[in-house]
Write a protein of this length. Structure first.
Length: 299
C-alpha cells in the first residue's frame, strides 16, 4: 500500500471558518498545542453522505475542550455545519472526519491564558482501521503502558496528549507482529485497545470494562444499544486480565475500528462467533440509515 503523506494532498480543510487548500493548512511551530498537548479532537465517519452520530461527537469535542480549560469559539450547530461543509467541499460521501481544536502560538509557557483557540476539520477516505479482512479477527499484544488514574489526567476527554501511550503501545505491538495492543489501567484491570473499546462474550453475556479512566466511546454505547435490542445481556464491570481466558468471543468497537473481531490477545486465542457477527452486521446497517432514522431507533 502506497503511503500518501498527510501534508501533501489535494482537497480542502475547514480552518477557523474558512476553507483552506489542504497543502496550505499549516500552523506555527511554536503553537502551544504542539508543545504542551493543549489540543482535543474527534474521529467521525460519514456513510452515504451522513456523518454518524455527528451531534454526539461535536458535544464531546466541546466538552473535551472544557475539560482542558478552554472554550471552542463555535457553537455545536456551527461545528456540525462545518463538518458537513468540508465533507461536501471534498466531494466525499463515505469518509473519515477529523475535527481538532488547539491553543495557538500567542503564548508559549505552561500558562496559556492568552492563546487563541483554533478549530480545523479535515476529511479523507479511510476504510476500516484493520482492513477488509477484519472478520478473520485481529491480534492484540499486551501493552506495557497503562491508562492513567483519572486524578492524574483528564481521562474523560479526547485529549491529544492521552494518545501518546497509545502510540507507544501500538508501535511495540506491531514490532512484535500484532496489529494493536490491549491496555490495562493503573489498577491492572482490563481497559481498552489503543483506540477502541473492548468487549468479551463470557457464558453468552457481553462483558465490557467500566469506562472510569478512558473514553466511554460513542461506538461503544451504540453497540451496547444494539445488543440490548437483541435482548443480549450487557454487563459493565471491572474485568481482571486472568478472566479473559473464559471468553468465547472478543471484539473491539470504535469509530476507526467500527466493530472488529479479535482472534488473539497475547497467548490467548478466540474465534469470532455469532454474537460478534450479529452486532457487526447490525452496526453496519445502522450507520447507513439517515440521522432521523438513527435517532428514532435510539429512542
Amino acid at each position: 500500500m502506497t503511503l500518501v503523506p498527510f501534508d501533501d494532498r489535494d482537497g480542502l480543510i475547514w480552518w477557523d471558518g474558512a476553507m483552506v487548500a489542504w497543502r496550505d493548512a499549516k500552523l506555527h511551530v511554536l503553537s502551544h498545542g504542539l508543545h504542551y498537548a493543549s489540543a482535543v479532537f474527534e474521529g467521525e465517519r460519514a456513510y452515504g453522505g451522513h456523518i454518524f452520530k455527528l451531534r454526539a461527537h461535536t458535544e464531546r469535542l466541546i466538552g473535551s475542550g472544557r475539560l482542558l480549560g478552554f472554550e471552542i469559539p463555535w457553537t455545536a450547530e456551527q461545528i456540525d455545519a462545518a463538518c458537513n461543509q468540508v465533507l461536501a467541499a471534498n466531494g466525499l460521501t463515505d469518509a473519515y472526519i477529523r475535527p481538532i481544536a488547539w491553543r495557538g502560538a500567542e503564548q508559549l509557557s505552561v500558562s496559556a491564558q492568552k492563546t487563541k483557540i483554533h478549530l480545523a476539520i479535515a476529511t479523507w477516505p479511510w476504510p476500516n482501521l484493520f482492513g477488509a479482512d477484519r472478520m478473520a479477527g485481529v491480534r492484540l499484544g499486551m501493552a506495557e503502558w497503562r491508562r492513567p488514574h483519572p486524578q492524574t489526567a483528564p481521562t474523560a476527554s479526547k485529549a491529544a496528549g492521552l494518545y501518546m501511550i497509545g502510540t507507544l503501545s501500538k508501535h511495540t505491538a506491531e514490532a512484535a507482529g500484532f496489529q494493536d495492543a490491549l491496555m490495562l489501567d493503573w489498577r491492572g484491570q482490563v481497559a481498552e485497545a489503543t483506540g477502541a473499546n473492548i468487549f468479551f462474550v463470557i457464558d453468552g453475556d457481553i462483558h465490557t470494562p467500566t469506562p472510569d479512566c478512558f473514553l466511554d466511546g460513542i461506538t461503544r454505547r451504540t453497540v451496547m444499544g444494539i445488543a440490548r435490542r437483541h435482548q443480549m445481556n450487557v454487563i459493565e464491570r471491572a474485568i481482571q486480565p486472568e478472566e479473559m481466558v473464559r471468553a468465547s468471543e472478543v471484539f473491539l468497537a470504535g469509530t476507526a475500528a467500527e466493530v472488529t473481531p479479535v482472534r488473539q490477545i497475547g497467548e490467548l486465542s478466540f474465534t469470532p462467533g455469532r454474537i460478534t457477527e450479529t452486532l457487526l452486521a447490525d452496526y453496519e446497517a445502522l450507520v447507513r440509515l439517515s440521522p432521523a432514522e438513527v435517532a428514532r431507533i435510539a429512542a
